[in-house]
Ligand binder design. Structure first.
Ligand SMILES: [Zn+2]
Ligand SMILES: [Zn+2]
Length: 125
């Protein structure tokens, strides 16, 4: 493992889907884009980057949705928890929702993207 890397695990609300993968804790951001907002039902979404090689769903099979061309979002088909994001333009990387991690408190976001779409009442990060 490279410096700062550690295994992060998480899963959905009902417990049907579980995942784990290697990540660097400083690779966390908040996204304010409308696609994240709609797909999660929240004002913004915090994402943790995980290298695709190390990532696996260890239990259950998530449902997929192409939220835009070349983008796949996965979620639990039973309870609806938003779990991951993969984009053709970001090969080798899968983003998981910080909210679905077992220890989200260990992954504070350090920046925000798509800030021009941020809702006026939502905090920057
Ligand atoms: Zn579930
Ligand atoms: Zn987004």
């Amino acid at each position: 493992m490279a410096d700062g890397e550690q295994f992060a695990g998480g899963g959905c609300s009902c417990g049907e889907i579980r995942y784990r993968g290697l990540c660097a804790p400083d690779q966390v951001l908040v996204c304010h884009c409308p696609d994240c907002r709609r797909s999660s039902g929240a004002q913004s979404v915090a994402w943790l980057f995980i290298s695709s090689d190390s990532f696996e769903f260890t239990q259950g099979e998530p449902t997929e949705f192409a939220s835009s061309p070349g983008v796949i979002r996965k979620f639990c088909g039973t309870c609806g928890t938003t779990l991951s994001w993969e984009g053709d333009k970001q090969p080798g990387r899968i983003d998981v929702t910080v909210g679905s991690l077992d220890s989200p408190q260990d992954y504070p976001p350090t920046k925000a993207v798509y800030r021009k779409h941020r809702l006026p009442w939502a905090s920057e990060i």
